[in-house]
Design a protein around this ligand. Structure first.
Ligand code: NAD
Length: 276
């Protein structure tokens, strides 16, 4: 079974550096998928209210023999539930669906700057943490200006910013800001939602190490310090994606992969995205 190292967060808590993302995992498949991942050594699951599968995640945690404190569960607040009171209510509803009495990390899913509510929302997350509902709080898809606003006007610095980050969109500016302020960088779409697997440069490096393209890319993320949450429902891929701790990449290979950055996004622009 695979053992995943942890990254220490700015609040002293520890997050397993690799977890399973369950975006687009159908609700009826979620429990079995998470159970399989737990059996393969995953100890970190990333869900969201908007994924409609928190109950499957909670059912897998409940069915497992692994002690609750050894499994790191993240969920996220829907865009339509931003605002102080709405966030408090939405958090309770997430806990209810998960069947848990606390989570490990609660994130604001998107900043929705046009709504102007993320600072009030963040203050609700500070309260949820203070009351023990979650061990850590963080944000997702926040831009430097959003992070600056939270840093300037609120008490707690986010532990994590979960952002779109893959070989074609390496997020140098945000990663530098995170490093300077002690915020952990968590990469969503770490495999470019599958597109990065077809890069020729990746195939060559994978062949040189006798590993797969997915393993090469995940290793690159880990070596630059990212927390990663690759998604799969396929048992062989779930296994493959966690077997990434037994090899290194050379400086030259890291430079080749760094050079693939083009700034191109796959997902929505956080400046304008407001959909639920
Ligand atoms: P990803 O980069 O993890 O790609 C997933 C896809 O890659 C899978 O559907 C599968 O087709 C393919 N894949 C996975 N492992 C493979 C392997 N070993 N070999 C071949 N193909 C493989 O993309 P993602 O699901 O968008 O992102 C991962 C997680 O990030 C999500 O599940 C979710 O938890 C999170 N996420 C967060 C946000 C956000 O706004 N915070 C947005 C999107 C995703």
């Amino acid at each position: 079974m695979n053992s995943v190292p942890a990254t220490e967060l700015n609040d002293g808590n520890r997050i397993p550096q690799l977890g399973l993302g369950v975006f687009q995992v159908p609700p009826e498949e979620t429990q079995a998928t998470v159970e399989l991942a737990l059996a393969e050594g995953y100890r970190h699951i990333d869900t969201a209210a908007a994924y409609d599968n928190e109950d499957g995640v909670g059912a897998a945690v409940a069915a497992s023999d692994i002690p609750r404190e050894e499994i790191f569960v993240t969920t996220k607040l829907r865009n339509s539930e931003q605002g102080y009171d709405a966030a408090l209510r939405a958090f309770e509803a997430s806990l209810g669906r998960l069947g848990l009495d606390r989570v490990d990390l609660y994130l604001i899913h998107w900043p929705v700057p046009v709504g102007g509510l993320y600072l009030d929302t963040w203050r609700a997350l500070e309260r949820i943490r203070a009351e023990g509902g979650t061990r850590s709080i963080g944000v997702s898809n926040f831009r430097v200006e959003d992070l600056e606003a939270v840093d300037g006007e609120c008490e707690v610095v986010p532990a994590v910013n979960q952002i779109e980050l893959h070989l074609r969109h390496q997020q140098a500016e945000l990663r530098a800001w995170h490093d300077e302020h002690g915020v952990a960088t968590e990469a969503w779409a770490p495999l470019g939602q599958g597109a990065s697997l077809d890069e020729e440069a990746v195939a060559a490096i994978a062949a040189a190490h006798g590993v797969t393209p997915a393993q090469t890319i995940l290793r690159w993320h880990l070596l630059i310090g990212n927390v990663v949450i690759p998604k799969s429902v396929t048992p062989s891929r779930i296994r493959e994606n966690v077997e990434v701790f037994g090899f290194e990449l050379t400086g030259e290979e890291m430079a080749t992969l760094a050079a693939l950055d083009s700034g191109a996004r796959i997902g929505p622009d956080p400046a304008t995205f407001a959909h639920d």
